[in-house]
Write a protein that binds this ligand. Structure first.
Ligand code: FES
Length: 355
């Protein structure tokens, strides 16, 4: 962890005040907390001040916020100097590069990234490059270790970096562009390189990813081996393709709706409501919470839809899965958590699952 001190007096502005828009936002933010707890707004207010002031916090801004929150200056200084998200001295106009130097990132090449920063920006952290466009520092874990090594630039993270890809990211910033955040290699999110290696054989009810994957794999094979099991890679990529298509389709449809659309209207736009029961059969609902992913809240919502039994969930069609997923505000999760598969298994042994 680097030493964190306020910038020298010669670069400190004489005063700081929020712009009218930021002031209105700050007052609204403070209003979210009980009057005697308004100090809780300190971090969002400091962050807004930093965004307003070229991404660094002058002493005047820290004191301005302390006054606004009726906090002793020292308390706000403690916050501002503790978190590396707050910059205490001028940073590069185009990018301040925070390189994670904690163990996983270091083991994956953070040292090489630091060398790039030293040669390209300045040999010392917290110094501006000659043109004033860049600065850098080493920070502790930023929480994206699975995509190590990484850097953070303002609010975005750039992951799975090599010295070469870091150079490209910096080139883009130098041109005044905003490079696409996230992994800088072929990975999608935190998935393994080359695609997912688990949940490749989801036995979806309708034309789900596994079936779509099998179909693609089947099609791409020579006739002599067409009956064999589909290649895992083909299933995996087809499943991902199917999921992405589903999500895009649902998103596109929801985007055409009024922002005031109810959960039911949204669900109706993308799927078909499953038929519910007026009450649990024999007044004995299955314990839907036995399905991983269903907690008490969702169980209550399912009951309200007339869904009480495992066999009801096990029998959902693709359209019904889309409807329920969208209604519960998590399209895709039913597939990812295999609710229907779990329900089928539970339905087979349902007697012990009665409430
Ligand atoms: S160790 Fe670098 S992000 Fe966690």
């Amino acid at each position: 962890m680097s030493v964190r001190r306020l910038a020298p007096d010669e670069v400190q502005p004489a005063s700081f005040a929020f712009t009218p828009d930021n002031l209105a936002w700050a007052q609204k933010t403070i209003g979210k907390y009980p009057a005697e707890r308004k100090a809780s707004a300190v971090i969002p207010l400091l962050w807004r001040a930093q965004e307003q002031h070229a991404y660094w916090l002058p002493k005047a801004a820290i004191e301005y916020i302390a006054d606004m929150l009726d906090m002793p200056y020292i308390r706000v200084f403690e916050v501002a100097t503790f978190y590396t998200m707050f910059q205490l001295q001028p940073v590069g106009k185009k990018a301040h590069v925070q390189v994670c130097g904690t163990t996983p990132c270091m083991l994956r090449g953070a040292g090489e990234l630091i060398k790039v920063c030293k040669s390209r920006i300045h040999h010392e952290p917290f110094h501006l490059s000659d043109d004033g466009d860049f600065s850098w520092e080493e920070v502790e874990c930023a929480g994206t270790c699975v995509n190590a090594p990484m850097i953070q630039v303002f609010s975005d993270v750039y992951e799975d970096l090599t010295p070469e890809s870091l150079e490209k990211v910096l080139d883009a910033f130098a041109r005044g562009e905003k490079p696409k955040p996230g992994p800088q290699n072929s990975r999608h999110g935190a998935e393994p390189e080359g695609g997912a290696v688990t949940l490749r054989d989801l036995p979806f009810d309708a034309a789900g990813p596994a079936k779509a994957g099998a179909a693609v794999a089947e099609k791409s094979k020579p006739a002599s081996v067409a009956k064999a099991e589909p290649a895992p890679e083909a299933v995996s990529s087809a499943a991902a393709e199917f999921a992405a298509k589903e999500e895009a389709e649902i998103k596109a449809k929801l985007a055409t709706l009024s922002p005031d659309a109810t959960p039911e209207q949204k669900a109706d736009a993308v799927g078909t409501r499953p038929t519910g029961l007026a009450a649990a059969r024999s007044n004995a609902a299955d314990k839907l919470q036995k399905i991983k992913g269903i907690g008490p809240v969702n169980e209550g919502k399912l009951h309200a839809l007339g869904i009480f039994h495992f066999d009801q969930i096990a029998g959902w069609s693709r359209e019904e899965i889309r409807w329920v997923g969208t209604y519960l505000a998590f399209p895709g999760r039913i597939d990812r958590e295999e609710w229907t598969v779990q329900a089928k298994a539970l339905a087979a042994g349902a007697p012990s699952a009665k409430e």
